[in-house]
Ligand binder design. Structure first.
Ligand SMILES: [Zn+2]
Length: 274
């Protein structure tokens, strides 16, 4: 699962200790990171460093900064722009997860340069991670969009579905964004009903995971089948089927919470149903 390391401190601090020699500098171009071509590391020895980087947190006694560059900035000799999904495997897991935070915060910073209410340019707040409008006082915080995921079980079977946008052959648990006013549990019942036409019961919380594509928080549950016939909503779901441990289709990659939820639930069913 994607997870920032336990010794990473994401609390907001002012960045007057900023000094490129004893910091981790992450250079961000929209949703891409500058990576060293020759080793499994970030690339930061470049004049692309910003004079006003954004403080991301502290890791192993080093301050971490994101330096946003414009969308057409070219990679220097010996480095490449790498998108977040491709970072996993290319960088150590801890750096990839921290880079995910850097991308998420840079994207928020970049897209809140003007007040959403009155259009005045905003400024970074001094004492918290926020952008503030000097004209009307509106404060914008990094946006996080909750989404839920649900793996439905029936006896020793699990329900997996193919979203119309998945790579060929891939199946996963059902998932969707929360609507305004809903609890995560409300969203589970609604999404399962909308996507495959069945009712579920006995929701069981599994875990949550930051999913910086671009700013989701995925909250994962399993639930027991209660009633109804599978009727996939064909605009979103290409196929949905019950699978057992011995008949599994292609599953999502290990880095995802979906895969952890599926593996964990299958192990639990194995213990219960043998
Ligand atoms: Zn304003």
């Amino acid at each position: 699962m994607l997870k920032t390391p336990g010794d990473f401190d994401g609390a907001f601090n002012d960045f007057d200790a900023a000094s490129p020699e004893n910091a981790i500098n992450i250079i961000v171009r929209k949703s891409e990171i500058l990576v060293d071509d020759r080793q499994s590391d970030l690339f930061s020895k470049t004049d692309l460093l910003s004079p006003l980087p954004q403080y991301i947190g502290r890791y192993k006694r080093l301050s971490v900064y994101a330096h946003s560059v414009h969308g057409a900035a070219e990679a220097p000799e010996g480095a490449s722009w790498v998108g977040l999904r491709a970072l996993f495997g290319r960088l150590p897991d801890d750096l990839a997860a921290i880079a995910g935070r850097a991308i998420q915060l840079s994207e928020w910073d970049r897209s809140h340069r003007f007040c959403g209410a009155c259009g005045t340019p905003t400024e970074r707040a001094e004492k918290e991670r926020a952008r503030r409008c000097g004209a009307c006082g509106l404060t914008a915080y990094p946006r996080i969009s909750p989404a839920m995921m649900c793996l439905v079980t029936r006896g020793n079977e699990i329900l997996l579905a193919r979203n119309v946008n998945f790579p060929p052959g891939r199946y996963s648990a059902l998932a969707g964004f929360l609507e305004a006013g809903e609890s995560a549990e409300d969203a589970v019942h609604r999404e399962v009903r909308e996507e495959v036409g069945i009712e579920v019961k006995d929701l069981r919380y599994f875990a949550s995971q930051s999913w910086p594509f671009p700013h989701s928080l995925m909250i994962a549950f399993s639930a027991e089948y209660a009633s109804g016939e599978l009727r996939p909503d064909t605009s979103e779901i290409a196929d949905a089927q019950w699978f057992t441990q011995s008949s599994l289709p292609q599953l999502p990659p290990q880095v995802s919470i979906a895969r952890a939820l599926i593996d964990n639930t299958l192990a639990r069913l194995e213990n219960t149903h043998g």
